[in-house]
Design a protein around this ligand. Sequence first.
Ligand code: TXA
Ligand code: MG
Length: 323
Amino acid sequence: MARILSTLDPDTLTQACDALRRGEPVAVPTETVYGLAADATHPGAITAIYEAKGRPRFNPLISHVSDIDMARAHVRFSPLAEKLARAFWPGALTLVLPLEPSGAIHPLATAGLATAAVRMPQGFARELIATFGRPLAAPSANRSGRVSPTSAEHVAEDLGERIGLILDGGRCPIGVESTIVAVEDGRLRLLRPGGIAAEAIEEIAGLAVERQQPQPGEAVIAPGMLTSHYAPQAAVRLNAADVRPGEALIRFGEAPVAGEDRAHAVFNLSPAGDLREAAANLFDFLKRADASGASAIAVAPVPAHGLGEAINDRLERAAAPRP
Ligand code: TXA
Ligand code: MG
């Protein structure tokens, strides 16, 4: 079983760096979700991430940096990319940028693509990267296909038997993964809605963010986007206007849902109707609704603007037909 160390403990940074230097993956809190981090330049360390998660190797990882100069050593910034990094880093925005030929991010982390996804996280994770001195590849710290973890307990339940060290920084304040945007010749393509609203990116960029779906037969652009994902054990029923026997209910805002009193369990993402609060609660409530023993999880509508785009995206993936 993994050791769990608090990020408040002064020795944790050293212990985590030691494990990373040995090529071991470490679960690290970020403002979005917990990541399973390892040296992005070290093939053995990256392989250990894929193995712990049971993740297909064709699905590339995000490389996390502590400052823009560290990112610049590995990927090429256009003026538009630079503008977005300055506005949103450190924070929940991942930029997909062309690789710098002299960069050292290992091809296992990029799945051999000519681009890399990079992000500068907030808080302890950023401090860890600065101390370690190299980018950290980190997918969400869950087994492939499962709901992303927003607490150290979530990580321990899912990966505790498969990894050596979990750093506990409490609950993740944003609660959904970063927004992923590909920056290409003055265009922005949204590869995954996430913790920064697309509207906020458009405002800084002065450009529309293109929500382009990949064409059949086209190479997968963000493979994690396509399959059933974030899947609880129980079936998930979206846009529920009522609760059916045996179902747990996840709802949003003040309006009650018909049959709510007979629900197996009821979780309100945000009684006040705040999408930020709803995002922060989403994965924890999906896990708890699942653990309630309900046969299915009914989810009442959540507004689609702002962070609601990411929330609805994750809910649709949770409800998608399973492979
Ligand atoms: O908030 C987050 O982004 C969290 C925390 C830990 O930073 N990380 C995260 O990683 O969600 P992961 O591996 O669960 O999702 C990364 C996504 C995948 O869908 C992957 O396909 C896509 O990023 N991706 C990575 N590199 C890419 C690239 N070069 N081009 C397109 N998509 C890429
Ligand atoms: Mg993930």
